[in-house]
Ligand binder design. Structure first.
Ligand SMILES: Nc1ncnc2c1ncn2[C@@H]1O[C@H](COP(=O)(O)OP(=O)(O)OP(=O)(O)O)[C@@H](O)[C@H]1O
Ligand SMILES: [Mg+2]
Length: 342
């Protein structure tokens, strides 16, 4: 079957159709295997949303400095307007700063708690064990991301997620957090009651750790509500017409379905333009085209919601002008048809 026939047979609509069916869509995420074009697609989607008139934030939680190089502009550390595009802002989150701040906050609370409970241990050891692990860094980044979402300064948010920081893990963590926080809350309340009954002092007027836990739990619950709301949130998965990237997103989509996280659909990137092919075309290119055709069949039989086909461009994607070309393919009205792909 030729790719255009597969396109005609597809069941779900284009990206534009999806956006039309989800007018309240506000949080968009792009996931997939490393190097498939997540940053490029997030950039193109954010550009398109801004051009539709929405004040849009393109944010990256990826520790590699990808947005600055995509936009040819330094957007590291804080949200900045993107030159030449009205209503578009970009923010490459400073991972080490976020983690540092989070560590400071935690140490402060641990110190307070040890003092409160009269535990004569060096706080540093506690702080080390609580913060020296990758899960802590990931959760610090997650908190940072949800803080950006809650600040609510934009009409649309596009997150370029790091390959490992997928929402499944994050939401899985939120379950663990909940158990942990509830347990902590219980023992904090007990400790507080005991302290009150033992002392003649009046009611403790302030308990920063308890306050923090309560507010943290509230924010996690709110994050979960936002991230599982199919009207406001959508995760798009980017793949190349190749075996491994397809296998990766199959797994991701399975996980997301299990967790009730809304999947917006699949974006296929890197399709070779076949319009100029002739018998003289190099066997290398002809083989690649044949390989892609085979994987497109697999993609259409595996995913019901292929939203767009984006061609492989003659250069890498950098700068707003290139992003506009990507956006044209990503938001092609007629649905997923890459120019010249037959
Ligand atoms: N359709 C395309 N045509 C040409 N080059 C592309 C295309 N899509 C992506 N690229 C280039 O491929 C490289 C990888 O793209 P990108 O950085 O968006 O991938 P990624 O999935 O975000 O990678 P990572 O997992 O490292 O974050 C970049 O150099 C980008 O410019
Ligand atoms: Mg990237």
């Amino acid at each position: 079957m030729a790719i255009n026939e597969m396109v005609a047979n597809r069941l779900a609509g284009s990206t534009v159709d999806f956006f039309g069916q989800h007018p309240r869509l506000k949080y968009m995420f792009f996931g997939g295997k490393g190097g498939v074009g997540k940053t490029v697609m997030a950039g193109a989607a954010a550009l398109w949303l801004a051009q539709q008139g929405k004040k849009t934030l393109l944010a990256s939680t990826n520790p590699v400095h990808s947005l600055s190089s995509l936009l040819d502009q330094n957007v590291f550390g804080r949200a900045q307007p993107v030159t030449g595009v009205d209503k578009l802002f970009a923010h490459e989150i400073d991972t080490s700063e976020t983690i540092k701040k989070s560590k400071e906050e935690i140490s402060e609370k641990i110190r307070w708690f040890l003092k409160f409970a009269d535990i004569p241990t060096k706080a540093d050891e506690f702080v080390e064990t609580a913060t020296m692990n990758p899960a802590f860094e990931e959760s610090a980044m997650f908190e940072n991301m949800i803080n950006i979402m809650f600040a609510d300064e934009y009409e649309a948010y596009v997150f370029d997620t790091a390959p490992t920081a997928n929402a499944r893990r994050l939401l899985g963590m939120s379950k663990v957090y909940n158990l942990w926080v509830n347990k902590m809350l219980e023992s904090r309340k007990e400790a507080q009651a005991m302290r009150l009954s033992l002392s003649f002092r009046k009611k403790e007027e302030k308990d920063p750790l308890l306050d923090y836990l309560v507010s943290f739990q509230g924010r996690m619950a709110q994050a979960k509500t936002l991230l599982t709301d199919g009207e406001r949130t959508a995760f798009f998965f980017v793949t190349l017409p190749e075996a491994l990237p397809i296998a990766v997103i199959k797994r991701f989509i399975g996980w997301f379905d299990d967790f009730g996280i809304p999947v917006g659909g699949v974006i296929v990137n890197g399709l070779i333009d076949t319009s100029g092919l002739s018998p003289e075309t190099s066997p290398f290119v002809l083989n690649r085209v044949e390989m892609q055709r085979g994987y497109m069949e697999q993609i259409y039989s595996s995913f019901r919601d292929v939203r767009a086909l984006v061609p492989l461009f003659e250069t890498e994607v950098r700068g707003v002008a290139m992003l506009e070309r990507v956006a044209a393919a990503l938001f092609a009205e007629a649905g997923p048809a890459a120019p010249g792909v037959a």
